[in-house]
Design a protein around this ligand. Structure first.
Ligand code: G4P
Length: 288
């Protein structure tokens, strides 16, 4: 999905999420485990404000497991509970329910001590496009899709879906915009497929990917493209890969756009292995 985000769209998205915040007990903030920072909405803290929140790093199957662990520690050291899941395979669904319960335990205990009957936790999923919101909702709901209909005090049009007895989910996720100010973020979102069509130049995106991999995942890069030594010059890098993979124009010249497309496709298809493109802020490795 490609969405052009203009200031008006951002304001509308923000308004919609803010409006729905009132209906829920907890926000499930979905991010891409390959980009736990770049795939977050830049204003999420402000938007979510005091509402309890669980950060879910989705697509863990595509991300570097060691960095996923570091990211979870990073979020937690900043007071935000985080877990990783693979929504496509349905791994980690129960963790979402369990963690939501644990985050809200004190509030629920207070309700109980006041003699109130325990009810299901109400949650909303939010995230930028393509982080897997729909996939996650479908997985959480499994086959027992049971719309709970209109809950008193809730806008009529709002539908809730039951996830077991413990959780109720708003049927439509909150869609927020990614960060655009930073070119690096744009490259990362494009490389991983979070943004499919972009105004960024294909060759620039691919080159960004090559340089990142060379710096952080060099053995994977060498293996995939059969480099014994990686040349310094970008043209030579493209020449090598283009020749190896037959990205040629009529006449036998290297087709640089085709080569760039191939590199991007390889990154998106995890042909270069499980790569994470964001490092936790305190991690010294963050140079890109
Ligand atoms: P959205 O609602 O947030 O916009 O995202 P959506 O669920 O549409 O998911 C975006 C893409 O990410 C989909 O692939 C989906 O299959 C994939 N995806 C979601 N969760 C995971 C996950 O945990 N692991 C992996 N590997 N992929 C995941 P697509 O290529 O756009 O569509 P399709 O090929 O599945 O049809």
């Amino acid at each position: 999905m490609t969405i052009q985000w203009f200031p008006g769209h951002m304001a509308k998205a923000r308004r919609e999420v803010t409006e729905k915040l009132k209906l829920v007990d907890i926000i499930i903030e979905l991010v891409d485990a390959r980009l736990p920072l770049s795939s977050r909405n830049p204003m999420i803290d402000e938007i979510v404000h005091q509402k309890p929140r669980l950060v879910v790093l989705n697509k863990e199957d595509m991300a570097d497991p060691q960095l996923t662990k570091k990211w979870i520690t990073y979020f937690e050291s900043n007071g935000i509970k985080a877990i990783s899941v693979n929504a496509q395979a349905g791994n980690g669904m129960q963790k979402i329910v369990k963690e939501s319960q644990s985050i809200l335990k004190e509030k629920w205990d207070r309700m109980k001590s006041r003699g109130m009957k325990p009810r299901a936790i109400r949650a909303m999923i939010v995230g930028i496009p393509n982080v897997g919101k729909s996939t996650l909702i479908n997985r959480l709901v499994k086959k027992n899709i049971a719309k709970t209909g209109n809950t008193p005090g809730v806008t009529k049009s709002q539908q809730w879906i039951k996830v077991g007895k413990e959780l109720e989910l708003l049927d439509t996720p909150g869609i927020l915009w990614p960060k655009f100010e930073d070119e690096k973020v744009g490259y990362k979102l494009a490389l991983t497929g979070a943004i499919k069509d972009t105004i960024l130049n294909l060759q620039d995106i691919a080159l960004y990917g090559l340089l990142f991999l060379e710096e952080h995942y060099v053995s994977k890069l060498k293996e995939r493209y059969e480099f014994s030594d990686i040349p310094d010059n970008p043209v030579d890098k493209f020449q090598h890969i283009g020749k190896l993979r037959g990205c040629l124009m009529a006449g036998g010249e290297i087709d640089y756009d085709k080569t760039a497309e191939l590199i991007i496709r390889d990154v998106r298809g995890i042909q270069l292995g499980r790569v994470t493109f964001d490092f936790p802020p305190e991690d010294d490795n963050e140079k890109m």
